[in-house]
Structure formats: C-alpha cells, structure tokens
Design a protein around this ligand. Structure first.
Ligand code: APR
Ligand code: PHB
Length: 389
C-alpha cells in the first residue's frame, strides 16, 4: 500500500490531521490499535479553547459543536468555604466551550468516513522504518495478515503508550517528567450539574472538580491516592467525599445519582523532545502529557496538528520544508507554556501532604493574591482560554 501520510492513532490528533489533510487533497491512512467502538467509548475532558473550536469548525466538523457546545465565560474556584469567579470573558474577551472529547472524536470519525478516508482499526505489531530516507514505511498486522505502507511522512498520534516515540533513538530523545503523588477519581452521572460553570475546589481533604457535559450530564472528580482502586469507591462513598469538599451551600444543592462511568486517572507532566526525527512527527499525547487540571490535553493535541498540517501543506503545495524543519520547535514553545500552566494549577489546587504547613500557607497566599489582583486573574484567564497558536 502507498500513501502520502501514514497516521498512527485515531484519537483527536490523528483524526483531525487526517481531516485537515483531506481538505487539502493530501492522502493519508490512519492505523488504530483498538476498535472504533472502544475509541468512541472513552470518556475524556471537555473544555475546548477558542483556537480549538475555530480549527474544528474550519475543518468542517463544527456543526454539532456549535449546536451542542456550551460557551462558558468564566469558572469558579472554591476555597475556605467560598466560591470566587474567574471572569474569563472580562479578563480576555474570550471564553471556553464545553463539549466532550468523545463528541469531538465522534464528529471527526464521521468526517473520516464521509471523506472515504482509510481508517484501519484493530491493528497490532505496528513498526516504523526508514525514517531517515524519503521512503519511510509503517508495517502492521491485522487478522494475521502483515502489510507495509510506503509513505512520504509518518505522524505519530498514538498517545503516551504508543510506539512512535520509541522510534526516536535513545541518544536523540530527551524526556522530562514529573509524577504527582495522587490521581483523579472521576464519575459521570445523568444528573443536572451543581453549578452553571465549572467549580475547581481547593480543600484540606483534597482537590475536587465539578464539571459537566450538558445540562443533564455531570462530570465530577476528587483527588485520590495514586494507588487508589475504583472498586473501593461505591457511588455513595464518592458523593459523600465530594460533598465534604464542597462549600456547604454547594454541597446542599448537589444532585446525586448512579454513576454511568467511574475511573481513576494518574496525574503526570511529561514532554518528549524533539517531537520529530527524520520523516516522523509526533503529535498530541505521543509527545506530551499534562495533568488535567488546566484542561490542556486535547487543546495541545489540536495545536500540534495545526502546526503539522500547516507544515505538510507547505511541503506539498509550495515545496517549502521550512515549517517541517521548525515543527518541533514551534510546538514545544506552546507545549511548555501549557505544561507550566497545568503544573501551576495542579500545585495551587491539590493537597500535597509532603509540602507541610508551609506549603499550605503558600497555596492560601497564592489564592488570596489571585483574587485580590486583576493582573493575577488576567494571567490565569489568558492561559486557561489558550495562548495564541
Ligand atoms: N498502533 C495504532 N494505534 C495506537 C497504538 C499503536 N501502537 N498505540 C496507541 N494507539 C491509539 C490509541 O488506541 C488511541 O486511539 O492511538 C490513539 C491515541 O489517541 P489519544 O490517546 O486520545 O491521544 P491524542 O490523539 O494525542 O489526544 C490527546 O486524548 O487521551 C486524551 O487526555 C488526552 O485529551 C488528550 C487527548
Ligand atoms: C472535564 O469536564 O472532564 C474536565 C473539565 C476541566 C478540567 C478537567 C476535566 O480541568
């Protein structure tokens, strides 16, 4: 098989790249390890930066997003029993859009099918070769049959646990990582959200987050030990712990119900440099991971694809490879700022037992400064809505 771009992974990064390339008449093949059904069943975050919304609409997959996405002009931070609002629109002139990543992935997969683009799922043994030549290839096995795809370029959009990053030689690849001593226990419930906007909670018992997918579908998280297991958390225990971390008036108005999804996600910050090697380009979680506190994971995948699609178009349309050569540098400048913001939000809002009483006082001072300084609020707001591409 021959194509122009071989894309490994059909998450948001791989699917969006395939769609943007299709619109420019550039052919691609997407390889996916899991089944379509599994990919579409994943529950992930749901906060889209305006840049992400604009790119998805420009890619022709914005119809349901515009129809069902909820524009939020701010969010709240609860601490010391109070709820204080960060006025995103007042600080920056922009807001964010609440629209589940599951929906984004579904919209992109529908567009892939409508375009007749090749998406080969349930593949195994994906192998990348000849990266330093003009004829790189990807090999894979499906139903016992091994195939080779000759291509011009390979996009590694296969997430943190994919194979692409390991195709970069160990003496070239540099990895930067910070593990956090806790995770997030998340619940999805068919209940009305407790607030009209998101509520991030700093509490001595631990962090909590009240989010939503719609006016009848709520998403809640509580900080838990990094070795916690879901089966130890009944719905009742989860709701009791969430209420214990909310301001009293908010806890009283919380509507609970049976969880339709419950899972634990570890928190880590991770960046792999460089994000390219020869004809391989990494994008999204394959190259970087952020703790979900800043809601940057999906948005960073989208901005990587903005740079990569633009660079590939310059190659094919203008025979200009300057942007391809600068891809990693262009992405990492924005990635590291989002890593900093995500680390800062996580450091501000979570309970760090090992930080002791001094660490708790620093958090209180940071929160006090945040709500007593417009400059501090504007700084948070401009990072939360997304820095320019
Ligand atoms: N071969 C083919 N596909 C693979 C392989 C492989 N060896 N390894 C992983 N994959 C697939 C996964 O099954 C997944 O569908 O690659 C896809 C990677 O998708 P994501 O993990 O969603 O990563 P990305 O597209 O970069 O999107 C990042 O997704 O996980 C969230 O929090 C993350 O919001 C962020 C967003
Ligand atoms: C979510 O709705 O899942 C969500 C929202 C904001 C975050 C993380 C997750 O920071």
């Amino acid at each position: 098989m021959r194509t122009q771009i071989a894309i490994i992974g059909s998450g948001p990064a791989g699917l969006l790249l395939g769609q943007l390339l299709h619109l420019e008449g550039i052919e691609s093949v997407i390889l996916e390890r899991r089944s379509r059904k599994h990919v579409l069943s994943r529950i992930r975050a749901g906060v889209l930066e305006q840049g992400t919304v604009d790119l998805l609409c420009g890619a022709g997959v914005g119809e349901r997003l515009r129809d069902q996405g909820q524009v939020h002009d701010g969010f709240e931070i609860a601490f010391c029993g109070l709820r204080k609002r960060i006025d995103l629109r007042g600080c920056t002139g922009s807001g964010v859009t609440i629209y589940g990543q599951t929906e984004v992935t579904g919209d992109l997969m529908d567009a892939r099918d409508a375009a007749g683009g090749a998406l080969i799922d349930e593949v195994s043994d994906v192998r990348i070769g000849a990266l330093q030549t003009r004829q790189p290839f990807v090999e894979y096995t499906r139903a016992g049959d091994t195939q080779r795809i000759q291509c011009d370029f390979i996009a590694g959009c296969d997430g943190y646990h994919g194979v692409s990053r390991s195709a970069i030689p160990r003496d070239v690849l540099r990895e930067y990582e910070r593990e956090y001593p806790f995770g997030w226990l998340g619940v999805l419930a068919e209940t009305p959200p407790v607030g009209n906007e998101l509520i991030y909670v700093h509490h001595e018992r631990g962090f909590a987050l009240c989010s939503m997918r719609s006016s009848s579908l709520s998403r809640y998280y509580i900080q838990c030990a990094s070795d916690e297991v879901v089966k130890r958390w009944s719905d009742e225990r989860f709701w009791d712990e969430l209420r214990a971390r909310l301001p009293p008036a908010t806890a009283r108005s919380l509507v609970t119900g049976p969880s339709i999804e419950k899972s634990i996600a570890p928190l880590r910050s991770f960046v792999a440099e460089p994000m390219q090697h020869g004809r391989l380009f990494l994008a999204g979680d394959a190259a970087h991971i952020v703790p979900p506190t800043g809601a940057k994971g999906l948005n960073l995948a989208v901005s990587d694809i903005y740079y990569l699609s633009r660079a590939l178009l310059a190659h094919y349309r203008d025979a200009d490879d300057a942007r391809l050569q600068a891809y990693s540098e262009d992405c990492l400048r924005r990635v590291w700022k989002a890593e900093r913001f995500s680390w800062w939000m996580t450091s501000l809002l979570h309970r760090f037992p090992q930080a002791g009483a001094f660490g708790e006082r620093i958090q209180q001072a940071e929160l006090d400064y945040l709500f007593s300084s417009r400059a501090a609020s504007v700084s948070l707001a401009e990072n939360y809505i997304g820095l320019p591409f």
